[in-house]
Design a protein around this ligand. Structure first.
Ligand SMILES: *[C@@H]1O[C@H](CO)[C@@H](O)[C@H](O)[C@H]1NC(C)=O
Ligand SMILES: CC(=O)N[C@H]1CO[C@H](CO)[C@@H](O)[C@@H]1O
Length: 458
């Protein structure tokens, strides 16, 4: 057996030899916008105390320039091949900058509220959408342990049309992000699509082999991707909403390569070991077409509260339950209206039935471990992500329209929302809905029953 002294020495040597550092630029100091939230105990949302959090924008949105100048290392959707002939030189030559949250990215906070604007015309660039993470302090992400707890927030997405997604979700990212500058600059992202649009993966530039997108002037796809379990608490606009766990093998952060990544960014969506599709609960998709939308039971023309319960213990996730609160009234999640489908919450049995009734030939959620995998992912602690995005791969039709578009919309599982199948084209939403925005506020977290007054018997 190795003595603890030797073990320490080995660990120190390993990390010294593998740590990668990204340089930090000096043009803009990084000041995270403050965002308060509440930790609750007791019952009914009455005993909650304030937590002073802060948010950080993901590293991918930041200006990356040569370390002793202003030349872009990455411009539009391509790398400068002089500064970045290979990814090791690129990592050494380029510096990542601090963010002007309001002016460049359209991100503002006030007390317990966060506003993400869709299009922001800055002095040097036009920004499209954003992705931020909740932090515990300036260099650590806040890690949420969801099982046995309840997560509640208010959302106003009255100004989010077809094709946009105001998302609130959790991923098993490392608490400190990667290397230097770590979480302070929003590094370390991963998700169940095995994100390959990241300019840096595991602290190394993803430059070699980068393919610029054909329809996104700011994005491309690199050779490497970053994977991990993902709990989509909220993917929504004013038309449709989905609650979706995504399993992964293994659950925690790992790097994948090329087509082997699978997911949205790869030729074979199912080649990887994460579940790109998810086991979703979208009221419209399970036949309840008058529940969620403007003027409906949950009226998306106004702000409302979203409650999500993660029932279970340890790493055993048994059930995902959803409630809404609007105008002081608690609204329970609806029962599916599709023959054979029962239950208004997500359990392993519910996912099995969805696979069967929607006749999903490939159902990667179950293949990669189902609820058991999601539970293990939650056991690692998860980082809270809030984002606003448009979809250059499928125009968000999987959320708010009929999808796949070549199938009969009357077949169970095809219709997901009332948006037209030709809606959601990024060029259209970017020019016609530049003013779109989402506002998240009043986040509360604590044991089941602690964040809102749950009616008995529900
Ligand atoms: C690429 O970077 C080099 C410096 O490394 C710079 O001289 C050159 O102008 C840049 N090219 C473009 C197209 O920005
Ligand atoms: C992180 C990353 O993208 N690394 C790549 C750098 O370049 C080499 C050589 O092409 C690749 O094998 C790595 O995957």
């Amino acid at each position: 057996m190795v003595s603890s002294f030797t073990l320490k020495a080995i660990t120190a040597f390993l990390s010294a030899s593998t740590v990668t550092a990204q340089l930090v630029g000096k043009e803009q100091t990084e000041t995270h916008p403050r965002m308060a939230w509440k930790r609750c105990s007791g019952k009914g949302g009455n005993s909650c105390s304030n937590v002073n959090g802060e948010v950080v924008i993901d590293a991918n949105w930041r200006w990356l320039h040569v370390k002793d100048g202003y030349t872009n290392c990455y411009d539009g959707n391509e790398w400068n091949t002089t500064a970045c002939p290979d990814n090791a030189s690129c990592t050494k030559n380029c510096a990542i900058e601090g963010a002007d949250y309001r002016a460049t990215y359209g991100i503002t906070t006030s007390s317990d509220q966060l506003t993400l604007k869709f299009i922001t015309k800055g002095q040097y660039s036009t920004n499209i959408g954003s992705r931020v993470y909740m932090m515990k302090d300036s260099s650590n992400y806040e890690m949420f342990n969801l099982i046995g707890n309840e997560f509640t927030f208010d959302v106003d997405l009255s100004q989010l049309p077809c094709g946009l997604n105001g998302a609130l979700y959790f991923v098993s990212m490392p608490q400190k992000g990667h290397g230097e500058p770590g979480a302070k600059y929003g590094t370390g992202y991963c998700d169940a699509q095995c994100a390959r649009d990241l300019k840096f993966v595991d602290g190394q530039a993803n430059a070699e082999g980068w393919e610029p997108s054909s329809n996104d002037q700011n994005a491309g796809v690199g050779k490497k991707g970053a994977c991990c379990t993902e709990m989509d608490v909220w993917e929504a606009n004013s038309i449709s909403t989905a609650l979706t766990p995504h399993s992964c093998q293994p659950e925690g952060y790992f790097v994948c390569e090329e087509t082997g990544c699978g997911g949205t960014y790869s030729l074979d969506r199912y080649a990887g070991t994460c579940d790109a599709n998810g086991c979703d609960f979208n009221p419209y998709r399970v036949g309840v077409t008058d529940f969620y939308g403007k003027g409906m039971t949950v009226d998306t023309s106004k702000k409302f509260t979203v409650v999500t319960q993660f029932l279970g213990s340890g790493t055993d996730l048994r059930e995902l339950k959803r409630f809404y609160v609007q105008n002081g009234r608690v609204i329970v999640n609806p029962e599916p209206q599709i023959p054979g489908m029962t239950g208004n919450s997500i359990t392993q049995e519910w996912c099995d039935r969805e696979q069967e009734i929607f006749q999903e030939e490939i159902y990667p959620f179950n293949k990669w471990g189902g609820m058991a995998s999601m539970g293990r992912g939650m056991g690692l602690g998860m980082v809270l992500v809030m984002s606003l995005w448009d979809d250059h791969y499928a125009n968000m039709l999987w959320l708010d329209s009929s999808y796949p578009t070549d199938q009969d919309p009357s077949k169970p599982g095809i219709a997901r929302g009332s948006c037209s199948t030709d809606s959601g084209v990024p060029a259209d939403v970017e020019s016609n809905h530049a003013d779109a925005q989402v506002i998240f506020s009043n986040i509360k977290f604590g044991p089941i029953g602690s964040t809102f007054a749950q009616p008995s018997g529900t």
